[in-house]
Structures are given as C-alpha cells and as structure tokens.
Design a protein around this ligand. Sequence first.
Ligand code: NAP
Length: 244
Amino acid sequence: MITGGSRGIGKATAIAFAKEGASVAINYRSNRAAAIQTLTALEGGNHIEVPADIGDPQAVKEMVYQVVQHYQKIDILVNNAGIFEYHPIDKVDYTTWQKNWQRTLNINLVAAANLTYCAAQYMIEQGGGKVINVSSRGAFRGEPLQPAYGASKAGMNAMGQSLAQALAKYNISVCTVAPGFVETDMATEVLEGPEGDHIRNQSPFGRVAQPEEVAAGILFFASEETTFMSGAVLDINGASYLRT
Ligand code: NAP
C-alpha cells in the first residue's frame, strides 16, 4: 500500500513494485484521474485504488481495513504522501503560521503514525511486514521557507527509529528514505523559479533526482534481504548534503 501513490514518487514506486510482481493499493486524496492513469500504467497484478484523506484518522483506519479485506494481508506500507507549504516566519501572519504548522504536521507526521499503527495491527497478526517512510533532506539541512515541513520530516525520521525498535519483535522493519529535491509536481514551482539552477547545482551532478531514483531506494528497503537495516535513514540526494 502506497500513500500518495497516484503521482510523483508514489507513482514511480507503484510502477517499480508492480514490475517486481507486487499487487499495489494506491492511495490518493482527490485527483482520481491521476490515480487511474497510474493504475493503468502498472504491470500485471491485482491493483486497487483506495482514495482517502490521510489527515483523517477514521478514514485511515477504514482504508487500511479495506486493503486487508481485499488482499487478506498487508505486506508493505509506504508512507509517501506529503505536503510542502510555503510559510516563512517573516512573511506570514500568526493565523496562517498556525494553520501551516497544524496541516503540515498532521499530514506529514501524524498521518504516517496513524497509518503505521493501523497497518501494524495486521502485520503483527500475520507475522511480519515492512514500513517504509518517505522523509526529506530538509530534516537535516533545514527548510527556512517551509519550517513545518523540515520539522515534520525530522519527526518522521525519529518516529521511524522508535517504531523500528518497537516492532522488531514482530518481524516488522521500519526504514526511511530521505530524498533531496525530486522532479515532481511538488517541486515544479521551486525548480522552475529563480532558485531552480541554484538547487540543481547543490548536487555535484548538477541536477535533482528523478522519482524513479527514489523508488529504487524504497524498493531496496522492501526486499527480504534488507530487514536487518530496520531503523536506517537512507539519503538519496546526489551528494548535495552529506552527513556522518
Ligand atoms: P506530489 O507529486 O505532490 O504528489 C503528492 C501525492 O500525495 C499525490 O498522490 C497526492 O494525492 C497525495 N496526497 C497529498 N495529500 C494527501 C492527503 N491528505 N491524503 C492522501 N493523499 C495525499 O509529491 P512528491 O513530490 O511525489 O512527494 C512524495 C513524498 O516525497 C512527500 O512525502 C514529500 O515530502 C517527499 N519528498 C519530495 C521531494 C520533492 O522534491 N518532490 C523531496 C523530498 C521529499 P492527490 O493528487 O489526490 O492530491
């Protein structure tokens, strides 16, 4: 099951998983046309769409139930859906600031926690599973114009590590990928704006990632062989930000 599986990184991940023979449940919020287009691009399998606003805890619970009803199990949850909102501290009013923080933390962090909770109940029963979170370089490097986004992704990294420890005894691994900028709808405005060249040149490759390059990292964590990497946070940023 891939949240935000209809576009961008989620779409590339759905395509990569289907190519490996997985049946994929694609979540999205409202753009059904994009979801249908993605479903038709998937090889083989028994793929389904499961629209829901992941910001709504009840909708999350019902959606995970629906997926398990359909497949009789849930092997892999990819917490990919996210939002990236502009709210610089010196430009927005206090009300806008609060709304941005609440919305961003709710979708990028709390929703991923709720999805993991609901999926883990079934994974525990079935004897194992994998949770893969899509975080961001911004968790480490800072996001001066989208501070709630950076904080939400740092929270996601910490959540993944805590849950990796909590769920290991149930044979459930929790891993995280942390991409730098990726060429998707989310980044279009920034990449096409005056900062575009500067951002591309943050990487010595002189470009940003393609969604397929992030999907490759997610697929890597989905394999049986990487279970013991639970707790890891994998940078996918073209050496644009190096940490030890
Ligand atoms: P994107 O192209 O904007 O696609 C976002 C996807 O998430 C869509 O499928 C969208 O569905 C879904 N979504 C958004 N809000 C949702 C909600 N409340 N409930 C359910 N689905 C929701 O995004 P992307 O660039 O692929 O980003 C995917 C992940 O990678 C995010 O977590 C993002 O933070 C992370 N990331 C992206 C970049 C980048 O530069 N693009 C860099 C680092 C990390 P609808 O189409 O129906 O709205």
